[in-house]
Ligand binder design. Sequence first.
Ligand code: ADE
Length: 262
Amino acid sequence: MRFDIATLFPEMCEAVVNSSIIGRGIRAGKLEVHCHQIRDYTTDKHRRTDLRLHGGGMGMLMMCQPIYDCWRAVSQQLGQKPYVIYLSPQGKVLTQAHARELKEKKNLFLLCGHYEGVDQRVLDEIVDEEVSIGDYVLTGGELGALVLVDCIGRMVEGVLPSEECFTEESHWNGLLEYPQYTHPVEWNGRRIPDILLTGDHGRIAQWRHEMSLKNTLLKRPDLLEKADLSQKDRWLIARMKADLAAERQAADGHGETDGSES
Ligand code: ADE
């Protein structure tokens, strides 16, 4: 899979993509990431990429021409138009499911805005979709582009040692992951759950699934509304809720007794 990042800060993007797992994926030939300096496409003798807003307003806006020429050069190199994503706080907020869909594209062109944003006309001309990495505003699209490369790139075949590395983790099936433990069996007075020492893979898998449901119920109950749950899962969740309510009631009861005694 190939990513092209159009940015005013290619060094920042190169440093990140060439590190760690994505860097290894690039060196192994599983991924290609090209970072393009938009300024190299200016026709202006001062190499300007931004100008004041028409109609008044604060700040500077990135101009159409250098961005368009950068996109055209990449399209020519590829021999086809890449799928274009503009990183923006106005975009659809990224989810694992959306990243999985984007992994099916062969070429992604990630456009990073800066300053007050980008002239609307070039967005209308080349952008297929806008993506946000959360409901907050960043100084530019670079961090968003890097999040996309990381999140999509790690799912490309051969980048991680096996598919299990990402199909077994938080968000893949709409749930959070179960807690995980390594050696030693006891650390600082804390023991790992006994079930993990039994070697019974069936029971361990069932325990992990229940812990995944419980983690999601405790930390992100909103995810349960959209998750694909079986009848048994729903029953387990109802039981967990009842247990939690009973625990809370017991704790409140103790609290009242302590309070009345003091
Ligand atoms: N650029 C500025 N804010 C952003 C956000 N939240 N997501 C993606 N790109 C952005």
